[in-house]
Design a protein around this ligand. Structure first.
Ligand code: FPP
Length: 260
C-alpha cells in the first residue's frame, strides 16, 4: 500500500463497468513536498499502474484515463517533453503486463499530433493487445471533448458529401459511430482527483448521465484504497437516467370489509 494512503478500506459492492479518470494534482503533490513537477508525474505513473491493475482485478470492463489534453500543449516545452517521454517509457515497460493481464490498449484523441516515438510505442501496444478480452485500457491523448464532437461532425459531413446524400436523419447510435472509439460505452463513473470540480473538456458527449466523483486527493496518492472509496460512493448512488424511481408497492392494509 502507498505510505500516504488512508486506512479506510473494504471491497466495493458494486463495481462500475466503465470508469473514466481525470488524473489531476501531480504538480501540486510535488510542490508541497519540494519536488519538481516531473517527480509528480513520475509518481502519477505509479498510480496509473496501481489503478489499472486494481480495476482489472475488480472486474471493471473499461478504464479511460485522461493522460494529455488538447490544452496541455500550453505547458512549458520541458514539461511536455518530460510527459511524452514518460508516456513512451511507460508504454514500453507495461507491454508485458498488459498481455499477462489480458488488457487491451486503445487510445482516443488527435493522435497524429503526438511525437513519432510515442505514436510508435502506442501503436505497438495497441496492435499486440488487440485480441485481449480482459479489460479495455483507453488512454486519452491530445484529447478534447469539443474536438471529438467537431471531428465527428466533420466525418459525417464528409460522408454525406461523398454519398451526395441529404444530411442524414441522425440518431445517437449513428453519432456515436463517428466518435473516436465506436466501441466505447458511456462511463458509469468519472473520478477527478486534485480537488477541482470540473470536466475540463473530457468525454463531454459520453458523460451525460455519468456519476461524478471528486476527491481532494492528488493523483500520485490515489491508490487502491482511494479507488475502493470511489467505488463505494458509486455503489451508494441511485441512477435514474432521467426517469423516476419506481414506486414500491404499498403494503396492503386490511379494509374494514376484509377484517369482518
Ligand atoms: C495533471 O496534473 C496530470 C497531467 C496533465 C498528466 C497526467 C499524466 C500522468 C498521470 C503521468 C503518466 C501517465 C501515463 C498514462 C503513464 P497537473 O500537472 O495538472 O497537476 P497540478 O494541477 O497540480 O499542476
Amino acid at each position: 500500500m502507498h505510505p500516504q494512503s488512508k486506512q479506510v478500506d473494504s471491497l466495493p459492492r458494486e463495481v462500475p463497468r466503465h470508469v473514466a479518470v481525470i488524473m489531476d494534482g501531480n504538480g501540486r503533490w510535488a510542490k508541497r513536498r519540494g519536488f519538481s513537477r516531473s517527480r509528480g508525474h513520475s509518481e502519477g505513473a505509479e498510480s496509473v499502474r496501481a489503478v489499472v491493475s486494481e480495476c482489472r482485478r475488480l472486474g471493471v470492463s473499461q478504464l479511460t484515463l485522461y493522460a494529455f489534453s488538447t490544452e496541455n500543449w500550453k505547458r512549458p516545452a520541458t514539461e511536455i517533453h518530460f510527459l511524452m517521454n514518460l508516456l513512451g517509457r511507460f508504454l514500453a515497460a507495461e507491454r508485458k503486463g498488459l498481455m499477462k493481464n489480458h488488457i487491451r490498449l486503445k487510445a482516443i484523441g488527435r493522435l497524429e499530433a503526438l511525437p513519432k516515438g510515442v505514436r510508435a510505442q502506442l501503436q505497438k501496444s495497441i496492435d499486440l493487445s488487440r485480441d485481449n478480452d480482459g479489460m479495455i485500457l483507453r488512454l486519452a491523448l491530445n484529447y478534447g471533448g469539443r474536438q471529438e464532437i467537431m471531428d465527428a461532425a466533420r466525418k459525417l459531413a464528409i460522408e454525406a458529401r461523398r454519398l451526395d446524400a441529404d444530411p442524414p436523419e441522425l440518431t445517437e447510435a449513428e453519432f456515436r459511430r463517428v466518435l473516436y472509439d465506436e466501441e466505447m460505452t458511456d462511463p458509469d463513473l468519472m473520478i477527478r482527483t486534485g480537488g477541482e470540480t470540473r470536466m475540463s473538456n473530457f468525454l463531454l458527449w459520453q458523460c451525460s448521465y455519468t456519476e461524478l466523483y471528486f476527491t481532494p486527493i492528488c493523483w500520485p496518492e490515489f491508490r487502491e484504497p482511494e479507488l475502493h472509496e470511489a467505488f463505494q460512493s458509486y455503489a451508494r448512488r441511485e441512477r435514474r437516467f432521467g426517469a423516476v424511481k419506481p414506486e414500491r408497492p404499498h403494503a396492503r392494509t386490511p379494509s374494514v370489509v376484509e377484517s369482518r
